[in-house]
Design a protein around this ligand. Structure first.
Ligand SMILES: O=C(O)CCC(=O)C(=O)O
Ligand SMILES: [Fe+2]
Length: 218
């Protein structure tokens, strides 16, 4: 009798300690919900594998060119459809229409975000060769909401306050952004934060959709 009582006590204690161990390691090793700025959202597995395939197939048809900014050539390659922002002239111009093959994606994202699909004024395709990055930036002022799709490989997406006085190593939020996911940058994460991507380990493609601000000149 005595021994079964102590056995019960012992198993209760073991279960309790195991529970403590799990909650500590889960909290520290696997942050399930990293705190992100207001307006930022992340949806893993937004696309099926078949949809990812379809988009990669569509991207093969796109003529990409290296991104140039004020005489500096980045390693990543891009192609913009719809309204494009010219960094040198600091204005937007209407370019080629968004190819129909991307239509299902625009529909799927606008359904998810509950916005009219016609509001997506730009679709940008980007290819990141191994080791390439996108440096800290805020997207061009005429654009409002940004929706980002990741294809082919995962990346580390970072956010930090735009205000230099609020910046520091501790203010950087690093998020694992997986292939086939969707992220949305709106609200404060759009206006008060900037973002970047660390060197990619395998070739990555992204599709960035942007809406125009109501007061944008076009
Ligand atoms: O590749 C991405 O997901 C980010 C692209 C981006 O930030 C941009 O083009 O402004
Ligand atoms: Fe961006």
């Amino acid at each position: 009798m005595e021994s079964s009582k102590s056995e019960i006590l012992f198993s209760l204690l073991t279960a309790f300690l195991y529970h403590c161990f799990l909650s500590i390691t889960m909290d520290t090793l696997f942050p399930i919900n990293p705190v992100t700025p207001e307006g930022f959202s992340y949806i893993p597995e937004f696309l099926s594998m078949a949809e990812e395939e379809k988009l990669l197939h569509e991207i093969k048809e796109v003529q990409l060119h290296t991104f140039q900014f004020q005489g500096y050539e980045a390693k990543r390659k891009v192609k913009s459809f719809g309204y494009d922002y010219n960094f040198n002239q600091r204005s937007i111009t209407k370019g080629e229409p968004i190819p129909e093959g991307f239509d299902f994606l625009l529909q799927k994202i606008s359904d998810k975000l509950n916005i009219d699909k016609e509001r997506f004024a730009e679709l940008l395709v980007t290819e990141y060769p191994v080791g390439s990055v996108i440096n800290w930036h805020r997207d061009a002022p005429p654009f409002e909401l940004i929706a980002g799709i990741s294809l082919s490989s995962d990346c580390t997406f970072r956010l930090r306050p735009y205000d230099k006085e609020k910046q520091g190593r501790k203010s950087i939020i690093s998020l694992p952004v997986k292939r086939r996911s969707l992220y949305v940058i709106d609200g404060a994460s759009r206006s008060e934060w900037e973002h970047s991507i660390t060197p990619v380990k395998a070739v990555r493609y992204s599709i960035t959709l942007r809406t125009l601000r109501n007061d944008a000149q076009h």
